[in-house]
Design a binder for this molecule. Structure first.
Ligand SMILES: [Zn+2]
Ligand SMILES: [Zn+2]
Length: 439
């Protein structure tokens, strides 16, 4: 791996035509730092990968991060939002304030990668014993940000402004009955003492090759909202449906009719909308019409007004279709506070894109299509201008369209993505703090 980094550095500097703008080519100090750190970033990621922890259980990972930050001479704050770790680095020169965020949690997935450092960890999730795996690549994010922190500490005297490192637990969602993630980080004051001027984050992603960065301005990842609809009828014998109110018929019609919200009522030429039912539960026996049926599902949107509109329309469909059947509903739409749209500030994205290009190389930063998945980075980006970009996880030469996706038991991060992610984040940070990427 170090040879690879050195080769990249040489290739990059050798290709440097004289007189080009700093923002268009990788800063020499970025290449030097990345080459020096690469082996350790790989080792950190392998170690974190081998010891994954579920959301709100990230004790070992948090301790590793805090130890690393302390070793760099920083004074980390620990225990924020359960296992969150933050630290501030103050540069030697005045400048803006920037927050860099990585997430640390793993998923209840049993790993099938066959890697020598594959996870064999298990834990209990929703009452079931399960394997635990970094199937979303948060191990890579944590290792990259540890590397970025070390690189920036090494440049402290020349650094303009201040950087807040945010190592966040529970991005995938706190277990039932618990709070966690970005929402709790904000509630517990992650931006209270240090109000950043902007926040950056990245995600490794299977649909891109590991030499490629994906980014887009504006709405980037969907708002994700869970809903629950309880359709209430009146129990009766299956042979005498007229003796009660059948909630199964009403529920079936609600499922069908709500598909017309997306296909007939929302302006999907403006932004896409997805409405999916994930479970239907009701009844126990072939000849009993039950009292009630439970429906649960998810709504994905990219616009706050459309999001509110879908909530309202789904509620109306549930209520009126049920009423037409003589049934009633108890609707929770949304069932809880979901993640809003992950929105990349347009001016900030335009300003930082050359920094990503400088790290990835010409033609290696692509326009990211909308991602229907959600991110709680969105909550930080609702507070201050945000930039969230994607680093390819699939080895060059492998078809990224068919590679095992994030959350798959076969999901893997090509280790060259660690180098690209580190260089991109470092380059973007330095360019932002220096303000030489223009504004
Ligand atoms: Zn995930
Ligand atoms: Zn993730």
């Amino acid at each position: 791996m170090p040879r690879h980094a050195a080769a990249l550095l040489l290739a990059c500097c050798a290709a440097l035509p004289p007189g080009v703008l700093a923002a268009d080519t990788q800063r020499p100090e970025v290449g030097v730092a990345a080459a020096a750190l690469q082996e350790r970033v790989v080792a950190w990621r392998r170690d974190i990968h081998q010891h994954p922890e579920l959301s709100n259980r990230e004790t070992r990972t948090a301790a590793k991060v805090a130890d690393h930050l302390r070793g760099l001479g920083l004074q980390p704050r620990t225990g924020i939002a359960h296992h969150g770790v933050t630290a501030v680095l103050r540069g030697g020169r005045p400048g803006p304030r920037l927050a860099l965020r990585a997430d640390m949690d793993a998923l209840p997935v049993t790993e099938e990668t066959g890697l020598p450092f594959a996870s064999t960890a298990t834990d209990t999730y929703r009452g079931q014993r399960t394997g635990v795996m970094h199937a979303c690549g948060h191990d890579a994010h944590t290792a990259i940000l540890m590397g970025v922190a070390e690189a920036l500490v090494g440049m402290r005297e020349q650094l303009a402004g201040e950087v807040l490192f945010v190592f966040q637990p529970a991005e995938e969602g706190a277990p039932e009955g618990e709070q966690g993630g970005a929402r709790l980080m904000l509630e517990e004051g992650v931006f209270a003492d240090f109000r950043p001027d902007a926040v950056f984050g990245l995600h490794v992603f299977s649909t891109l090759n590991a030499d490629t960065i994906g980014v887009r301005a504006g709405p980037t990842m969907a708002a994700s909202d869970r809903f629950g609809i309880r359709v209430i009828g009146r129990q009766t014998h299956g042979s005498r449906p007229w003796g009660g109110v059948d909630p199964i018929i009403a529920a079936a019609q609600i499922v069908n009719q709500s598909q017309a919200i997306v296909s007939r009522q929302m302006d999907i030429s403006a932004q896409p909308v997805v409405l999916s039912f994930g479970a239907i539960n009701g009844g126990i026996r072939y000849n009993i019409i039950p009292d009630a049926v439970e429906l649960v599902g998810t709504i994905r949107t990219f616009d706050e007004d459309m999001r509110a509109d879908v909530f309202r329309r789904l509620g109306a469909v549930a209520e009126h279709v049920a009423a037409a059947n003589g049934a009633t509903v108890e609707a929770r739409i949304p069932a809880e506070e979901g993640n809003p749209v992950t929105f990349n500030n347009e001016a900030l994205t335009a300003r930082m894109r050359p920094s990503l290009e400088a790290a990835a190389g010409t033609g290696k930063v692509v326009d990211m299509p909308l991602v229907m998945g959600a991110e709680d980075f969105s909550l930080y980006a609702r507070e201050v201008p945000g930039l969230f970009f994607f680093v390819g996880a699939t080895p060059v030469g492998v078809d990224a369209a068919t590679a095992p996706s994030n959350h798959s038991p076969k999901f893997d991060v090509d280790e060259s993505a660690l180098d690209l992610g580190l260089r991109a984040m470092l380059q973007a940070t330095l360019d932002y703090l220096d303000g030489d990427a223009g504004s």
